[in-house]
Design a protein around this ligand. Structure first.
Ligand SMILES: Nc1nc2c(c(=O)[nH]1)N[C@H]1C(S)=C(S)[C@@H](COP(=O)(O)OP(=O)(O)OC[C@H]3O[C@@H](n4cnc5c(N)ncnc54)[C@H](O)[C@@H]3O)O[C@H]1N2
Ligand code: MOO
Length: 394
């Protein structure tokens, strides 16, 4: 059995960054830019007032000074009349300042009578002016190496960029396998259960930027598996769950190989998740998750997320953190153990407690867990207070 680290290297070698496409800004949330966007204007394009008040020349900025209001500047409507010392311009937030070398006095610091204003006795030292280009300059580029956020879209819009070049979304085909499975909402037979894995895998894939195709459940027979694999054609990544182990009805590996799977590995020194398989098949990468829901989830977190990141040309990320063990915990066996665990706040790091039941079929425990506590293989018992590694779950 290969190690988790080796398996990660191998799954990453199965994928490479996808091609690009142009999308309108409104469709760019969560996408990864593949070409820099270039600011088409300077922001702000002019020096602008940051407050509602009066613009005056700097030399008139003295406590008690009296000035005459000559006109008005509002956002979208500049004042363009002549100006002489002793004159003021009523100005509003966002309006271009009438001339360089002035200040904006807040209206709260001014008394107005007719067209005359008198400045207060205590004045701010700040000029309340946003200099031209303080945010960005025309020609500056923007190309973050992460999925675009709401804030990024605001910046791109302000740069007058209406469309961006992004990586194509990875298309993930999701196949649950098993005679025992029916979909949520259906009536299970007495020996059946509801398919949960496909919903976990789809949610993880979509949160990592993929487009998903949830295919019909494949039954534990060769024909059904072949049919559903055929439906997966055109996907960048085919993710199966179940049928990965050694039982008489575990046919996923066999059928995939008949259909041309070039297997990279099968079985890894990891708990849960031992029967994980991966390879390339008909132009797509293939990830064969174990059937137990916790095993499928842990494998998706550890391998599917990084594969999707690579398909979108995102840099590899360290997602693990340190935590302090909140209780004693026993030794581990020959596989790295990803224990479902709860977190509580702590200083200088959070405190982690493994959940009591580590059965890889327990969805209620999985849902309750905030992280995976990573225990190295062949590790001795660990005492409360020791520092350990965790993988936070989203
Ligand atoms: N003799 C051995 N038996 C098993 C071994 C082994 O090494 N030797 N490995 C165990 C481990 S570890 C795991 S993990 C499981 C994984 O087996 P499969 O990938 O073949 O999964 P299935 O047998 O199809 O299913 C296991 C379990 O999960 C349930 N399941 C399957 N798909 C779904 C789904 N979409 N939604 C919800 N639940 C699902 C299924 O009903 C089974 O209960 O093998 C051990 N056995
Ligand atoms: O490795 Mo299995 O995934 O322990 O349940």
């Amino acid at each position: 059995m290969i190690s988790v680290e080796e398996a990660l290297e191998k799954v990453l070698a199965l994928v490479e960054p996808l091609g690009t496409e142009r999308v309108a800004l409104r469709s760019a949330l969560g996408r990864v830019m593949a070409e820099p966007a270039v600011a088409r204007l300077t922001q702000p394009p002019f020096s602008a007032s940051a407050m509602d008040g009066y613009w005056i020349a700097a030399e008139d900025h003295k406590p008690g000074a009296t000035l005459r209001v000559e006109g008005e500047a509002a956002a979208g409507r500049a004042y363009s009349g002549p100006l002489a010392p002793g004159q003021a311009v009523r100005i509003f937030t966002g309006a271009p300042v009438p001339a360089p070398g002035g200040v904006v006095v807040l209206q709260e610091h001014v008394t107005r009578e007719g067209d005359t204003i008198t400045l207060g006795e205590t004045l701010e030292t700040h000029d309340n002016i946003r200099p031209q280009g303080q945010d960005f300059a025309k020609g500056e580029t923007f190309c973050p190496t992460r999925a675009l956020t709401a804030r990024d879209l605001g910046l791109l819009a302000a740069m007058n960029v209406a469309a961006v070049t992004v990586r194509r979304r990875p298309v993930v085909a999701i196949i649950a396998t098993g005679d025992e499975l029916v979909m949520p909402g259906e009536e299970p037979g007495p020996d059946q259960i509801i398919c949960s894995n496909s919903f976990i895998v789809a949610a993880i894939a979509e949160s990592a930027g993929a487009e998903t195709r949830m295919l019909p459940i494949a039954r534990d027979d060769r024909d059904s598996l072949r049919t559903v694999f055929d439906l997966a054609k055109g996907a960048d990544l085919v993710v199966t769950s179940g049928g990965a182990s050694v039982g008489a009805h575990d046919l996923v590996g066999e059928v995939a190989q008949e259909l041309g799977l070039e297997r990279s590995f099968w079985k890894i020194a990891m708990r849960p998740g031992k029967p994980l398989m991966a390879g390339r098949m008909g132009g797509a990468a293939m990830l064969g998750l174990p059937g137990n829901p916790v095993s499928a989830t842990v494998c998706a977190e550890l391998f599917l997320r990084p594969m999707l990141a690579r398909l979108q040309d995102l840099p590899a990320q360290t997602r693990t953190r340190e935590a302090e063990l909140a209780c004693d915990t026993g030794p581990t066996g020959p596989r790295t153990h990803y224990m479902r665990a709860r977190l509580e706040p702590g200083t200088p790091m959070p405190r982690v407690t493994p959940c009591d039941n580590q059965d890889s079929a327990m969805l209620s425990v999985l849902s309750d867990a905030a992280c995976l506590l990573i225990r190295p293989k062949d590790d001795g018992p660990r005492r409360a207070g020791e520092i350990v590694e965790i993988l936070p779950l989203r």
